[in-house]
Design a protein around this ligand. Structure first.
Ligand code: FAD
Length: 477
């Protein structure tokens, strides 16, 4: 086995047989559906990159667990160097695919579980860490992609899981058997669930003793019986099905709702079952890792936006316009501050009792808060530079139409000497970068809503030391 090539990854996804629906119809061939395929290609890019000279030194490393080369997307960090590499691979890959490569959530779950399963075992003498380590070995040896099943559908947000009228609105254990557990519920916005071999489930929030059945974590193959993927709509999804006006011609993102309809999980795949006091810690650690992953990846996406804006400045004759240059600088500084905050979070990381390294939570959450606002600003600046055709460019089919195609090409021309087709293609990419809802909404809600980042920042900050410093300066004992 070992590190997979892109082709081996694609074939391994073809070998799965998930239950999936899209636009009201059952999908019989997930891989060859153009909408899903564009998402799978984005994950496939992480496998392709691992073979490319430009990426491979960063993406491939040796796992101390199996003592073999592995993809960093399967490696919980065991040093500051590993924590730093997490950010770097996400930036490079974010830039490479211009959307979400969908593989970071799995790594973020693996990293959080590597810490928390150990802590649970220390307290209760359970076997969760052993189960997890066996699962991790399997993931590393087979270079698997994993999806994070975190966000429950949650029903009435003012109620705890056990208070909901329908008890299934948070995923929970409905049966405990000798050989395993049966779970029921649904997880929302499951980025790349059909691009993944495994679904890793963890609780979505801190829990109390009354929510014992909801304190559950496990991993199952993405085609497990009873698991139903319902692919969500995204603003530009019909373009892929239509095969026209696609924008990013290589990659895309999709986020199914995942229904767990009485799914059986064998005990050896269970990583938490009833230890409510660890639920908050598990989701908190996942969220911090994931918020940091976002910053790496989205700074890479801003790099794409900067590139697209600069090319259109060349095509439109505005490359020397000073306010455009200023706006490019404003985009660069947003990408770099986001990246810098994520890197700092890694450099300030600390070793945990399990031996896994954990990032600085305050810096990770600060980076995500920054992303939520500044990605929107970077998109605004890109649209400002590129002009109104980001909104309403005629279709490729109009350009091909014998009656109006030549007229459109005449009137869509920019700078002399630039083929009009290039200008049109670049506008399409800008449209996708700005308006692909499956990706841009994640700038705000991915890894938790902004208020969750703010609450974490305040909770994790040592405010007392700040008060003490101020009092000292003011001469107060
Ligand atoms: C594109 C995209 C991709 C995603 N990918 C994944 C994924 O791969 N895996 C995964 O598990 N999740 C994923 N998520 C889910 C993401 O983590 C959630 O969207 C986020 O946690 C918010 O949850 P929600 O959507 O249910 O909104 P809500 O929780 O309903 O939040 C909406 C608003 O209500 C507020 N709110 C809600 N409840 C309360 C309360 N009790 N008190 C005060 N304020 C409250 C929030 O702060 C927010 O302002 C993704 C989301 C998006 C948009």
């Amino acid at each position: 086995m070992g590190v997979k090539t892109k082709e081996e990854y694609i074939e391994s996804i073809r070998a799965l047989n998930p239950t999936a629906y899209m636009f009201g119809k059952r999908l019989t061939n997930v891989l060859d559906n153009p909408r899903i395929r564009a998402g799978i290609e984005a994950t496939a890019a992480t496998y392709e990159a691992a073979q490319l000279d430009e990426f491979k030194d960063l993406l491939i490393t040796t796992s101390p667990l199996i003592n073999e080369p592995v993809s960093r997307f399967t490696l919980p960090p065991s040093s500051i160097e590993d924590l730093v590499a997490r950010v770097k691979i996400n930036r490079k890959l974010g830039n490479y695919v211009g959307t979400c490569h969908q593989r970071c959530t799995g790594l973020d779950c693996l990293s959080a579980l590597a810490i928390v399963t150990y802590d649970i075992d220390q307290k209760y003498g359970t076997n969760y860490n052993k189960n997890f380590i066996e699962f991790l070995k399997y993931v590393q040896k087979n270079d698997l992609a994993a999806n994070a099943g975190v966000t429950d559908v949650k029903g009435d947000r003012s109620l705890a899981p056990h208070e909901q009228q329908d008890k299934d609105l948070y995923l929970h254990v409905v049966e405990r058997r000798e050989d395993g557990i049966v779970v029921r519920g649904a997880k929302a916005h499951q980025t790349g669930s059909l691009s993944s071999h495994e679904i890793i489930v963890i609780p979505t929030r801190a829990l109390t003793k009354n929510d014992k059945d909801y304190a559950v974590s496990f991993a199952i193959p993405s085609d497990t019986k009873g698991l139903i993927h319902v692919v969500g709509r995204s603003t530009l999804d019909m373009r892929e099905l239509d095969g026209c006006d696609i924008g990013n011609t290589l990659y895309s993102k999709y986020c199914p709702t995942l229904i767990f309809d009485n799914v059986f999980v064998p005990w050896e795949r269970v990583f938490m079952c009833g230890e409510t006091e660890f639920a908050g810690d598990l989701v908190g650690k996942f969220s911090a890792f994931h918020r940091q992953s976002h910053g790496g990846c989205k700074s890479g996406k801003i790099d794409c936006m900067i590139g697209a804006a600069l090319v259109l400045m060349d095509y439109n004759g505005t490359s020397k316009v000073s306010h455009h240059k200023q706006k490019i600088i404003d985009m660069i500084h947003r990408a770099e501050t986001l990246y810098g905050c994520c890197l700092a979070s890694s450099y300030e990381g600390k070793k945990q009792p399990s031996g896994t390294y954990y990032i600085d939570t305050v810096l990770a959450n600060a980076s995500k808060l920054h992303e939520g606002k500044e990605m929107a600003e970077a998109i605004r600046l890109m649209i400002d530079i590129c002009g109104g055709y980001v909104a309403d460019l005629p279709s490729d089919r109009d350009f091909e139409n014998p009656e109006i195609g030549d007229l459109l090409k005449k009137y869509m021309k920019g700078v002399d000497g630039i083929p009009v087709e290039k200008r049109i293609k670049m506008y399409r990419l800008v449209e996708k970068l700005a308006l692909e809802s499956a990706d841009t909404i994640s700038d705000i809600h991915g890894g938790g809503s902004p208020e969750a980042h703010r609450v974490t920042i305040f909770r994790e900050t040592d405010v007392e030391s700040k008060k003490k410093a101020a009092k000292r300066l003011a001469g107060i004992d």
